[in-house]
Write a protein that binds this ligand. Structure first.
Ligand code: DIG
Ligand code: MN
Ligand code: MN
Length: 387
């Protein structure tokens, strides 16, 4: 059957996604809590390639050493039985009350130190399970009032923590890269390093910037009212797209973490097209969860839907490339104006001198119709199955 997920598609889900019991700020859980082993088997059943985790998705924060070892052993056995892998791991630095005012950016040095300790232990766990990407989402690194924390201290403390942990990974000789995930707000009123753009700038201030990239999430950039594709392209251009969190979102909403492609078909299409065009080889990680209306079968529908939608859009992207009318229009839109393009590119004094004298017929150039309406309608027809 078409659109069936295969390992080569690298579709992954976090334990916390299909394991989400449907609790929200205004209501209790609606689904049973699944064990990590049950989640691994559910993901295998729907055809996923891998499973990701926060430390405490697998090992409860107060587990004893022997409980930890048993839980990890059982989890590894489930991975072995199903063939699922663990490409990414991360730390829960936002759930426990100790992190109520942040982890790495907390005003309390005890909290910052504990966050480092917890993260080093979680990194050890992730590496033990085979993870090669380590995500940092600073869900509590923010404020409700700027009276309590100097944002300059916050950035410095975040940098100190990242530098410390990069050194830790190097000292352990782990084959691990860091991926920073931005979000503008929720659960904090405002979260520091709010978008992927902020993260890209922040990475360049680190001691080991080469080890650190980004993990952009579609819903989070949409919460900031931004164009996810543009931000992904800039991350890719910088060689920093180390991971990606796919989901969906209606604009001007809380973090809805909807099934991928379930709301913004067009943005999802252009994103998938980009990832396939550039040959992105990383995980297609669905950081999303089923509607609260669903039972466990509905959760499976959700997971299958994420992967099916990606594959349908991948197919549409191939059709876009093969569509003669679309490609002819693109060729026209990107027509070469050699007399002008020879004046662009790397500076040299001769070129600058020629360019300064070059006559431009501004009126004639400005009157050219760009045919984006026609092209965009062709994309709509393609997505709606008319072409
Ligand atoms: C939320 O979008 C965050 C957490 O779920 C997790 O830390 C990260 C990993 O994908 N995304
Ligand atoms: Mn999210
Ligand atoms: Mn995420």
């Amino acid at each position: 059957m078409r659109y069936q997920p295969e390992p080569e598609h690298k579709f992954t889900f976090g334990l916390w996604t299909v394991g989400n019991p449907g609790r929200d700020p205004f209501g209790e859980a609606v689904r049973p809590v699944l064990s990590p082993v049950e989640i691994v088997h559910l993901l295998a059943e729907v055809g996923a390639y891998g499973v990701n985790l926060h430390d405490n998705d697998l090992v409860p924060i107060d587990a004893t050493a022997s409980e930890r070892d048993r839980i990890v052993r059982d989890f590894k056995n489930a991975l072995k039985e199903t063939g699922l892998v663990v490409p990414m791991a991360t730390t829960n630095l936002f759930g426990d009350p100790i992190f109520k005012d942040g982890a790495f950016t907390s005003n309390d040095a005890r909290v910052r130190a504990y966050a480092l300790q917890k993260t080093m232990q979680a990194i050890d766990l992730g590496v033990e399970l085979g993870a090669q990407t380590y995500v940092f989402w600073g869900g509590r690194e923010g404020t409700e009032t700027d009276a309590g924390k100097n944002p300059l201290d916050a950035v410095k403390r975040m940098r100190e923590a990242m530098n410390f942990l990069c050194e830790y990974v190097k000292s352990q000789q782990y084959d691990l890269k860091f991926a920073l995930e931005a979000k503008p707000n929720e659960p904090r009123g405002d979260i520091f390093l709010a978008t992927t753009g902020h993260m890209l700038a922040f990475i360049e201030t680190l001691d080991h910037a080469d080890m650190v990239g980004v993990n952009p999430e579609m819903a989070h950039e949409h919460m900031a009212g931004l164009n996810f594709l543009h931000n992904i392209a800039q991350a890719w251009d910088a060689g920093k797209l180390f991971h990606i969190d796919l989901n969906d979102q209606n604009f001007a909403r809380y973090d809805q973490d909807f099934r991928f492609g379930s709301h913004n078909y067009k943005q999802a299409f252009f994103l998938v097209k980009f990832l396939e065009d550039v040959g992105y080889a990383g995980s297609r990680h669905f950081d999303a969860h089923a509607y609260r209306s669903e039972d466990v079968d509905g959760v499976k529908d959700f997971a299958r839907g994420c992967m099916r939608t990606y594959l349908i859009l991948k197919d549409k992207a191939a059709k876009y490339k093969a569509d003669a009318e679309i490609q002819a229009l693109l060729k026209e839109i990107h027509a070469e104006h050699s007399e002008a393009s020879s004046l662009l590119g790397v500076f040299d004094p001769q070129k600058a001198d020629t360019l300064k004298k070059h006559p431009f017929d501004r009126k004639a150039i400005s009157e050219v119709g760009l045919k984006y309406e026609k092209l965009d309608q062709l994309v709509f027809d393609l997505l709606m199955g008319i072409r």
